[in-house]
Design a protein around this ligand. Structure first.
Ligand code: HEC
Length: 211
């Protein structure tokens, strides 16, 4: 055979050889990285949401809704910070109408919130969620629909002392007037791909009067 033909034949075989030598294809590898990151983001959202719910319930029990506004103002951002630090990801809450000006959505989150607002719950009755891979990270969002207890601080009929506590801390508050079932906001997580499983996040000491 002519040497150039031998070379051409060898080159044609090269991709197959490389594939065999390198194990899973790049596509397969990124599918695994995506699955791993998604599972980690979901687990982190579960833990963050659960801990926040417990802290909020304890604060309301200890100081009523007005007292809990102050507690929530301290606990919620601190918890998000703890989960971000422990996981190496970015964990936060955001909304279209915010209470905390630091919760303002970025353009990706704004589009995500608009989509989640159309349908905050799945047909199976779970909070809607979605994820996308953007620039080497997995972006995960989970709807936070307005539930009964949220109305005390986010509803159309907030008690005067709660309103006063909110106005003191958040003079620019936009986060009242929500009805049960309406989207209040979302958990938003940015999880770098090719990163390990989440570490456990530390607890935040509750500043509620009982502690
Ligand atoms: C005791 C009052 C209180 C209750 C009850 C309450 N919140 Fe909030 N919420 C706050 C305060 C205060 C903030 C601002 C703290 C922060 O920076 O996260 C806040 C912020 C948020 C944010 C972050 C976006 C923003 O507007 O800054 C979301 C999302 C949210 N609340 C959802 C809920 C949901 C869902 C419930 C019910 C499960 C709920 N809240 C119940 C007081 C409350």
């Amino acid at each position: 055979m002519r040497p150039d033909l031998v070379l051409a034949k060898g080159l044609a075989l090269l991709p197959a050889l490389l594939l065999a030598a390198c194990g899973p294809s790049l596509d397969e590898q990124s599918a695994v990285a995506e699955e791993t990151a998604l599972a980690a983001a979901r687990a982190t959202a579960d833990a963050f949401q659960g801990e926040l719910r417990d802290a909020l319930a304890a604060a309301i029990e200890a100081g009523g809704a007005a007292g809990a506004v102050e507690a929530c103002a301290a606990i919620a951002p601190a918890l998000a910070g703890n989960y971000s630090e422990a996981s190496g990801a970015s964990v936060r809450r955001t909304a279209l109408r915010v209470r905390n000006p630091l919760s303002q959505p970025d353009p990706f989150e704004r589009a995500g919130l608009q989509a989640l607002a159309e349908r905050p719950m799945t047909p199976a009755g779970k909070p809607a969620e979605f994820h996308r891979i953007v620039g080497g990270e997995l972006r995960y969002m989970r709807a936070l629909p307005t539930a009964g207890p949220c109305l005390q601080c986010h509803g159309p009929d907030v008690a005067p002392e709660v309103k006063a506590a909110i106005a003191r801390l958040y003079p620019e508050d936009q986060a009242t007037g929500f009805r049960e079932g309406e989207l209040r906001g979302a958990i938003s997580i940015r999880w770098p791909l090719h990163k390990g499983a989440p570490a456990a996040a530390g607890k935040v000491d509750s500043p509620a009067p009982s502690s």
